[in-house]
Design a protein around this ligand. Structure first.
Ligand code: IPM
Ligand code: MN
Length: 351
């Protein structure tokens, strides 16, 4: 298979984890006889430095002409001045919206080898496999904004169509899993959440009558995620709630460094990135965990390129390395290997 992939390694630890993800991609390319044509492009803080724009036109054009986008991470203290004209995060939001990637999938799975690393009691962590489906290009992130010295405003809007399309993605994914969907909202307070709940209820009743559906208020959902995490299968939520809940849930796994994500639009196009940030405090120190990025490559192969065996091979390679007791610093308080050693250990299992 021949595919075009735009690579945005970004800021902070982005480039160092991307390097390992690309090594894995190259190994898969050779082993299975594919042709992956990679295009590097500027994105985030580094793009601001070089062009004044976190998501420059050239990058937009490359992303749009590709089958998929691989993204490291963006942001850092250098670009965090609240008075600055633009920020790396703005590039990220612009890109999501520009590319129409409305469905953000974040899978929270516990690895038995990492269970001791979680702040949650071990007995609750068995068999956790939650797939979050976060709406990514609507809601309060993209509503009208106003800001002055003594007043600020962020508007939250959702249309029924936006809610329908994300709920359908989540419901379709539930059908391939345990047939159980949790929809999160704040319907006791917010008008957008009341619409969310009624639209969701109607779709499930009419189009997915066999699906088990649970509605949770977002405040209660934060508690239930800690008290009964193994009960969840697919969770669907609006943009802001999904952002917060996925960071919370990442702690179940022991480290946010393990978690990949896919942001999907129509026609199998997607942006793939680890859910952790650019971690400027550990940049260049060999402490970054490349697994979230490497597993994002697996998600890309699966969702955008339909290369299921190749994706499974990468996931198995990561699992094997964990079985061997090879951990990066975030995964172990005792012995740990460097980013490079972790990347190479995973690579050595693909041959
Ligand atoms: C994420 C991040 C972004 C978000 C930030 C960096 C804009 O936290 O991908 O979850 O809030 O969506
Ligand atoms: Mn976030």
């Amino acid at each position: 298979m021949k595919s075009e992939i735009t690579v945005l390694s970004g800021d902070g630890i982005g480039p160092e984890i991307t390097e390992h993800a690309l090594n894995i991609l190259n190994a898969i390319e050779k082993k299975y006889g594919h042709e992956f044509i990679l295009h590097d492009a500027l994105f985030g803080g580094i793009a601001i430095d070089k062009t004044g724009d976190p998501y420059p036109q050239e990058t937009r054009d490359l992303c749009k002409a590709s089958d998929a986008v691989l993204l490291g991470a963006v942001g850092g203290p250098k670009w965090s001045d609240p008075k600055a004209e633009t920020r790396p995060e703005k590039g990220l939001l612009d890109m999501r919206s520009d590319l129409g990637v409305y469905a953000n999938l974040r899978q929270i799975k516990t690895y038995p080898q990492l269970i001791d690393n979680s702040p949650i009691e071990n007995s609750r962590l068995k068999d956790i496999d939650i797939l979050f489906v976060r709406e990514l290009i609507g809601g309060i992130y993209f509503g009208e904004k106003e800001k002055s010295e003594d007043y600020a405003k962020d508007v939250c809007e959702y249309s029924a169509t936006e809610i329908q399309r994300i709920v359908k993605v989540a419901a379709d994914l539930s059908k391939k899993r345990k047939n159980k969907l949790t929809s999160v909202d704040k319907a006791n307070v917010m008008a957008t959440s009341q619409l969310w709940r009624s639209v969701t209820t109607t779709i499930i009743e009419n189009e997915y009558p066999d699906l088990e559906i649970e509605h949770l208020l977002v405040d209660a959902a934060t508690m239930h995620l800690l008290s009964r995490p193994a009960d969840f299968d697919v969770v669907v939520a609006e943009n802001l709630f999904g952002d917060i809940l996925t960071d919370e849930a990442s702690m179940l796994t022991g480290s946010i460094g393990m978690i990949p994500s896919a942001s999907l639009g129509d026609n199998n196009f997607g942006v793939y990135e680890p859910i952790h940030g650019s971690a400027p405090d550990i940049q260049g120190k060999g402490l970054a965990n490349p697994c979230g990025m490497i597993l994002s490559v697996a998600m890309m192969l699966k969702h955008s390129l339909n290369l299921i065996d190749e994706a499974n091979e990468i996931e198995n390679a990561v699992q094997t390395v964990l079985n061997q007791g090879i951990f990066t610093a975030d995964l172990s308080s005792h012995d740990h290997v460097s980013t490079d050693e972790m990347g190479k250990a995973i690579l050595s299992n693909i041959n």
